[in-house]
Write a protein of this length. Structure first.
Length: 309
């Protein structure tokens, strides 16, 4: 393979219309990229388009987007019926569920559809980029591009270089992140990368403290917010990320690093078993009404966890 140069990205396809996929697509279209949106579920695409429009309306109410900005962004956003319609994308950003087999299947399919210079990026927060890339014939053009929720607000983008990712690919997506007005950092393909590994470690310890009765969820969060200057405490953050997602990442780290400190607390497992996944279900470590987290008495749940020890 001859020497390549950083690719100037003009057209981005986002695959997956969950919270992260819609957030990425909304920001991309608002920052001048021709943006394609696809999901295997056609109804999810329609819901995604409406969620994106709602996010732009909210930005308009806050004075961050003008009516002209919204119209221009809307004109750049195209919803697709088939994945093949995105074949001409310069950059594909995958934002489907956090399951390695699903991602490998998608990247294998994208590899057969997209042009040879197309960069394939995953928004995974913990899975191996090298293992995802091995499902393609272009591992040098596969990279992690990990955004944070909410995408429109959070400035950080974590660029994850797999074992075969080329420097030019890293530079290409770094330029994209900067054009999106994000702060990119580059990390190696290690379990949990940098952000998930640190964030999950703090979140799991906060859960153990709650489980042990050290303090309430709100006081544990206040300790980190007021004492260490964190914008949001670890338990609120876990609710926002999704407790099922936090559990999956913790299990990946516990397996990948072989270290007990990432073993998920029983309290986390119990909440997930009961379908209390955080903000998206209305309850987790807090009860959520709109964007407001309200205190929850976890004494009964902790007692049930204790009885199962």
């Amino acid at each position: 393979m001859g020497k390549s140069e950083p690719l100037r990205v003009h057209r981005i396809m986002v695959v997956g219309t969950g919270v992260m996929g819609c957030g990425i697509a909304a920001v991309a279209a608002a920052h001048g990229f021709d943006t394609l949106l696809f999901d295997a579920d056609p109804e999810a695409v329609a819901r995604g388009r409406e969620a994106i429009s709602a996010s732009w309306r909210k930005a308009h109410e806050k004075g961050k987007m003008s009516t002209a900005d919204i119209e221009a962004a809307g004109g750049r956003l195209v919803c697709l019926e088939r994945l093949l319609q995105g074949a001409a994308a310069d950059l594909v950003i995958e934002a489907i569920p956090e399951a390695l087999d699903l991602k490998r299947m998608l990247f294998h399919e994208l590899d057969g559809i997209c042009g040879e210079r197309t960069i394939l990026a995953s928004n995974t927060s913990s899975l191996s980029i090298s293992r995802i890339a091995s499902a393609t014939r272009r591992p040098d053009r596969v990279v992690g591009l990990h955004f944070f929720n909410p995408v429109a607000v959070m400035p950080l983008v974590e660029i994850v270089a797999g074992s075969a990712t080329s420097p030019d690919t890293v530079e290409s997506v770094r330029q994209v992140a900067q054009r999106l007005e994000k702060l990119p950092i580059v990390v190696a393909d290690s379990p949990g990368f940098a952000t998930s590994r640190l964030g999950v470690a703090l979140g799991l310890e906060a859960m153990r403290m709650l489980e042990e009765g050290v303090a309430s969820a709100s006081d544990i969060d206040r300790a980190m917010e007021a004492g260490y200057g964190h914008a949001m405490g670890p338990l609120k953050t876990s609710d926002l990320v999704g407790l099922d997602v936090r559990l999956a990442i913790a299990e990946t780290l516990a397996t990948g690093l072989g270290q007990d400190r990432f073993e998920p607390p029983r309290l986390l497992r119990r909440l997930v078993e009961e379908g209390k996944l955080g903000k998206k279900t209305g309850e987790g470590f807090y009860r959520w009404e709109g964007n407001a987290p309200l205190p929850v008495d976890h004494a009964d749940l902790v007692e049930r966890v204790d009885r199962r020890r």
